[in-house]
Design a protein around this ligand. Structure first.
Ligand SMILES: Nc1nc2c(ncn2[C@@H]2O[C@H](COP(=O)(O)OP(=O)(O)OP(=O)(O)O)[C@@H](O)[C@H]2O)c(=O)[nH]1
Ligand SMILES: [Mg+2]
Length: 468
């Protein structure tokens, strides 16, 4: 499994582009490249003796097969272990047409390479000790990052931020277990009296660290999947205008007829550098129109599931019954209240809005905006950043957990550490502690791949794109 055969795949996209990259990795990579690569000397196509060339050099020539030129290419030679997979690796840059790319790949495969599975290059990098599992997953996240913040976090993970944190915790837990085991084995020389008090303190500290990581997971979800944002308000408040402003395009129909939007519109957007899934909804009001009623009940359902509600109020008219119908939908939610139409003579102030929201959501942010003024989107973006990331995520070095798998292991590890505290409190014998400590140690190991099973590894790397 650890790279006995040589694999190849297109590492760039399979659409027409300037160039494409075909990556070959494994013990035969250089021989296979030698079999298909020719240099042109005078009018003859000759072998390039790649195995004798220095590593990390680029060679100009042709991919040929059975006497035919397939394409004119550049070939990058990277001898193991100084490559991404730590194996001999050759990358061929050919012309970027989908057809010619496929032909170059086919040629390499005819010459003896096996088509790579998705993520197989990264899997080899992991198996050859080039990175830990959380770093490998960060590679996948980088490829899929939806926003600048998500990208910055994945890059931080790639540099091993999760790895370092988990290693620290594991080493601390292992020290505790080692002490208990040694003291139990050799009671004459090691005194375990009083160790429970030390352990309880250290255990609580470790538990807090894990809980901090768990708390970051929500942020992680916002980063990787986007903040689910539902726009609510009464008819004509300017909800669809807001959606269009966020998207920077006229996606939703905007008219001065109350009740214009009936169906829900969901869009994914990178707003500044924050990823959002935004939903525009039908204006909330009493209505006898059947279609509108369905739209309103869909809006209410959607609001219940939102991470963030953008409550759009028309500040040029007084609050009315329709606004009051919205209040219960805001309860317990993160809410940003927008006093829209600030270009018109005001009827509702920020203080009145605060009073109106009062018990239902005292924590809500409030900003005055006008959809007639494009710069006001920045105000909204800043508020959202403050609410979800306390404005700091892009600069700080905080570890943010994004993978569901890491979350589950952290939860199990935390549970085991809580058992340790409970056993100490109940005056249980020391060997009880070490079982739970070892469980926590093992669970944390799954995150970085120091404890592994074959299925887990395959499952992770299968989610990668082809050629990565
Ligand atoms: N002056 C002014 N007019 C606005 C502003 N925002 C929206 N409007 C106008 O208000 C009217 C209603 O805007 P929409 O965006 O369709 O409102 P909505 O909340 O989606 O309405 P429904 O879909 O009917 O629920 C349109 O005529 C907009 O041009 C604003 O900030 N200032
Ligand atoms: Mg609308």
């Amino acid at each position: 499994m650890n790279g006995d055969d040589t694999i190849a795949a297109v590492a760039s996209g399979m659409t027409n582009s300037g160039i494409s990259v075909i990556r070959i990795s494994g013990p035969q990579a250089i021989d296979i490249a030698e079999a298909v690569f020719r240099k042109k000397k005078k009018e003859a196509y000759c072998k390039a003796n790649l195995s004798e060339k220095t590593s990390h050099t680029i060679h100009y020539g042709y991919v040929c097969w059975q006497g035919e030129v397939v394409d004119e290419v550049l070939l990058l030679l990277m001898k193991g272990p100084r490559s991404f997979t730590a194996e001999d690796t050759v990358e061929i840059q050919c012309h970027g047409g989908a057809l010619v790319t496929r032909k170059v790949l086919q040629t390499v495969i005819h010459a003896g390479a096996r088509p790579a599975e998705p993520g197989e290059f990264s899997k080899r990098a992991f198996l050859n000790g080039r990175m830990d599992l959380s770093q490998a997953e960060a590679v996948a996240d980088i490829i899929q990052a939806k926003s600048k913040l998500a990208l910055a976090n994945s890059i931080r993970q790639l540099s091993g931020s999760v790895l370092h944190k988990i290693k620290e915790l594991r080493s601390c837990i292992l020290d505790e277990v080692s002490f208990i085991e040694a003291a139990l084995d050799d009671p004459e020389h090691m005194d375990i009296t009083g160790f429970s008090e030390t352990l309880i303190k250290e255990n609580e500290k470790n538990l807090q660290e894990i809980e901090k990581l768990l708390a970051s997971a929500n942020q992680g979800r916002y980063l990787s999947q986007g903040i689910k944002t539902v726009i609510l308000g009464k008819p004509n408040a300017g909800k669809s205008s807001l959606l269009n402003a966020i998207l920077g395009t006229n996606r939703a129909i905007v008219t001065d007829i109350a009740g214009t939007t009936r169906d829900m519109l969901t869009e994914e957007v990178v707003f500044g550098d924050i990823a959002l899934q935004v939903v525009d909804t039908a204006g909330i009001r009493e209505s006898n129109d059947k279609v509108e009623q369905i739209g309103i009940s869909l809006a209410k359902k959607e609001a219940a599931d939102a991470d963030l509600i953008l409550y759009v109020a028309d500040s040029s008219v007084p609050f009315d019954e329709s606004d009051r119908q919205i209040l219960p939908l805001l309860r317990g939610k993160k809410v940003l209240a927008l006093l829209n139409k600030s270009d018109l003579p005001p009827c509702v102030s920020e203080d009145e809005m605060r009073e109106f929201l009062c018990e239902d959501c005292s924590e809500a942010g409030i900003v005055s905006v006008s959809m007639k003024s494009p710069d006001d989107c920045k105000k909204i973006e800043n508020e959202i950043r403050e609410m979800f990331f306390q404005g700091k995520l892009s600069e700080n070095e905080e570890v943010v957990i994004t993978a569901e798998r890491h979350l589950l292991s952290l939860e199990k590890a935390a549970e085991s550490l809580r058992e340790v505290s409970a056993s100490i409190a109940a005056g249980m014998p020391e060997d009880f502690f070490s079982i739970d400590l070892m469980n926590a140690y093992r669970e944390l190991g799954f995150i970085i791949g120091e404890e592994t099973d074959e299925d887990l590894i395959n499952n992770i790397f299968n989610k990668f794109c082809m050629g990565k």
